[in-house]
Design a protein around this ligand. Sequence first.
Ligand code: XMP
Length: 327
Amino acid sequence: DWNSGNVITEQVALIRAQVGTGKVICGLSGGVDSAVAAALVHKAIGDQLVCVFVDHGLLREDERRQVEEDYVKATGIRLVTVDVREQFINALAGVSDPETKRKIIGREFIRTFEQAQAELIKESAEIDGDPIRFLVQGTLYPDVVESGGGSGTANIKSHHNVGGLPEDLQFELVEPLRALFKDEVRAIGAELGLPAEIVQRQPFPGPGLGIRIVGEVTQARLDLLRQADAIVRAELTAAGLDREIWQCPVVLLADVRSVGVQGDGRTYGHPIVLRPVSSEDAMTADWTRLPYDLLAKISNRITNEVDGVNRVVLDVTSKPPGTIEWE
Ligand code: XMP
């Protein structure tokens, strides 16, 4: 019988056996998976763990503050923030292909950790002389299966935390959630005493807003998408629908433009796609029948408030055949 207490006890023992007295680094993404994985490892080995939060510029509005303040307050975990927004935007310049974007983001992500590790060794007397050898990843069972690590399933998309790791990775991976589904991870997070705000957070892909811009990732497009995404999240929360929907990717079709009319002029702007889905484990999903009034409100707000967007469209595809994310 599945029981979150048993899983915690078992994983704590496994983590201790794997890392011994070794130093461990963990990237916090702001999402539930890395938050729970880090809390589990922290429970097992305490301050042998140092968490790194990478601000790669592909985050949603307010996410950095939530990790730096709320999560740290709740866990007492040691946290270092690395600001590499410029590095990522440069690495992604001129790239439109989804798999290439994912690979670049995955590669830059790991490189960032290697740099953070080097700096931490230099700076921290505690870590001095004993290099960080382990990297915690919040990989879930569905990630393993979809990246071809399961029972012979083809690689559908390279999840940056499974398939996209560079060959020269210098860390041994610690993946305490590898056998679990999302609802199980949430149960473990609750059992570990993490705040509901984090435990109930909807999934957000590691590559972030970078794979929600169909087309090249630029600073202006990121700012635009971040604004639209914040509106959608605020309205879904205000409508009390956070727990009913699994997640609602907001996608910018940066390579598509359509004619519109706003005020007294013709516009030639970009569409924003709403992708609300209901799911148990992200392996399959159905599009969520959001109330029309809510859709109207979101559409009005986005077209009025977000400069450059003149159309909002609704994705009514289930998974399969569509994946949840567009890239
Ligand atoms: P798809 O688009 O494959 O997404 O139906 C399934 C679930 O996985 C999330 N997702 C990711 N999560 N790294 C992650 O940690 C990734 O590279 C990644 N790509 C997709 C997606 O948001 C959905 O919840």
